[in-house]
Ligand binder design. Sequence first.
Ligand SMILES: [Zn+2]
Length: 390
Amino acid sequence: MGSRRLFMKKVAATGITFCSCCILDAKAQYAPGKNDPALKDAGNDKSLSHRHPLAGTKHKPVIINGRRIPVIDTHAHCFFPEAIALLPANANLNAAVKGGPNHYIPVSDDAALKSRIENMDAKGVDMEVLSINNFWYTMDRETATKVCEINNRNLAQVCAAYPKRFSAFACIATQFPDLAIQQLEEAMKNPCFKGATIQANVAGVEHADPRFHPIWAKVEELGATLFIHPQGTPPLAARLKGNGWMTNTIGNPLDTTIALQHLIYEGVFDKFPNLKVIAAHGGGFLGSYAPRMDHSCFISPANCNPDIVLKKKPTEYLNQIFFDALVFTPEALRHLVAQVGASQVVVGTDSPIPWEEYPIEHVMSTPLTNAQKAAILGDNASKLLKIRNL
Ligand SMILES: [Zn+2]
């Protein structure tokens, strides 16, 4: 048993209150298919179904300086079979992951919702902000419209059934900016929705591309938040084959890193200074090696566009982006906070995939001040996403 796991077990055993991604595979943007065993076997094949090790128990509430801190998980996935059914029959399958079957939580299946809530209770998560990894970027307009409509309707129903346990990032068809704007406007009328999920690029086109700027302008105008989730850096699929699921371990953090660097270097955050973005998995590799960004255009002006004059040093933009705390160790989290600021970090567990089973203990065991721990566990997300009265 690893030392961290042993520590967590001890923590759990002593009742001390304190402590991953993703389902999608590089092919077809990690799209789950009709023949996906996870879908077929949802509710049947228990081999990949996942229960939290402490399921059935309820985590003690987090009390910091006499104040209860509601824990908000900003990185939590789900799928709805009705939308998956619109995928072409030959769509690629999901990677088989623990927690795969637990993605399916249609509101008609209250047992699935209650099971999800049971896992949240065991972790000490008060609210999950649900998101759906994109499988519609390559769909035609009509189908993408239907998929997003189904997903958003189901998400809204889940929120309505358990308004204190679930909120959501809406699905938008980013490949059709005018449609995406309509979908975002519609979604944001419902307090269930806190913004929208986007991937690390739009079927190979970077978010910095001007065609998407009207969407970011609308996101800014509405005070919405974008949740950026990677899809394994598909162009590197050949090199990431082999043992170890490198499309995830390397591909996912890299995908997010590339997405954020484009947004920074291309001046998107200068054009939309109030654009609010949460990056999954601690922003990938960016937080670990950020200062290299500040040197590149000095070292090689030939590789930088003289027409783009950033208002700040590249690393300074990290202080306006939000990052989930899914970086595994207290030292990694301490470093992320040192780089981006405690005001920019929020909880993200990758639920229902068991990458991070002890999000509260993870934060509480990191050398941070009480105020910083409270900020990360709930205060930052509460303020950013306007989640109150939990
Ligand atoms: Zn994820």
